[in-house]
Design a protein around this ligand. Sequence first.
Ligand SMILES: *Cc1c(COP(=O)(O)O)cnc(C)c1O
Length: 382
Amino acid sequence: MKKKYLFTPGPTPLPPQIQEALSRPIIHHRTTEYQEIFSEVNEGLRYLFQTENPVFTFASSGTGAMEGAVVNLTREGEKALAIVGGKFGERWQEILEAFGRECIPLEVEWGTAPSAEEVEKLLTEHPEIEVIFATLCETSTGTKTDIEALSSLARRKNKILVVDAISGLGAMELRTDEWGIDVVVAGSQKGMMLPPGLAFLSISERAWNKVMDNQVKAYYWDFKKMRKSYEKNDTPFTPAVSLVVALRESLSLIKEEGIENVWKRYSLMAYATREACQELGLEIFSRSPAEAVTAVKVPSGIDGGNLFRLMKDKLGIQAAGGQAQLKGKILRIAHMGYMDYMDIFLVISGLETALSIMGYPLEKGKGISKVAEIFVKEGVFS
Ligand SMILES: *Cc1c(COP(=O)(O)O)cnc(C)c1O
């Protein structure tokens, strides 16, 4: 027998309550039974997103809702700003270009986040820009962007801010209404403790007015259709019933713990991971590290691919490697979904063990001692 441990930034492990909900017999969606669930889910989503705005639920992966945001919120030929500092920022640019929008990319070095000043400068150079596309947690580099600062800039400049929070939501602080974010996109398989298959999008009144003015060339992704149904507590097409039923359990777990406590838990787990890695002599890749995923540099003399495979095949611990230019150079450890403090001991001791098998010089136990020290000091076990 070999146990497997998932530390990838999506999909993430599922709590037993959710696995149980997923195994229930399916119900029909045009019933009061389903409508009650859907209405409860919508309330829970507004809590998770920290918004009074509508939150749409689509049967799709997260990218679907990103595409929906581009198609509904911009016109053909329109200039839009996208912050590009990794694979997912690139995705905003690729979607914009696929639909004939003119993307003005703000290219930032991978592993760094843009400052509001850099964004403002580009907005001044291109005053026609109406919409800014950003990423809360750039999962490919483990980097956090200061969305609060961007949002306040967007308010001041009267621009619409769209945030890809697919990996961040549920693991990282995000206050949609308080910060004034217009559109937040999320997906089920990252911080929401669910399997892949649902995408979410919250939309402010300001952004909605732009959708209403737009001649949207879409059918499934037509937000006007979505909103009409949403207001009747319904969806225009068949919802992913089983996932929505499981979502109710996820949202109730989040509500029970309290969103602030959830953010605190992941933030402490990420902090302990970073400190433990540094204790082992490893370097954190990002200069603005996210709480949802830690990217640690593979030390010189160690083959990143071999480290990843040794952890996965021999230890049963699946983290994620680097993508594109970071392939073989970083290891990404997720802190999202169904994860708790003890999981950090597991992944750090796995990393220590794998590195020492590979001949990397380290003092065994130093990483997990650091984790224990931090958690005890923070009162995690009291
Ligand atoms: C995973 C991820 C996506 C893509 O989501 P899919 O569900 O695979 O379509 C987009 N953006 C970020 C930041 C992600 O982490």
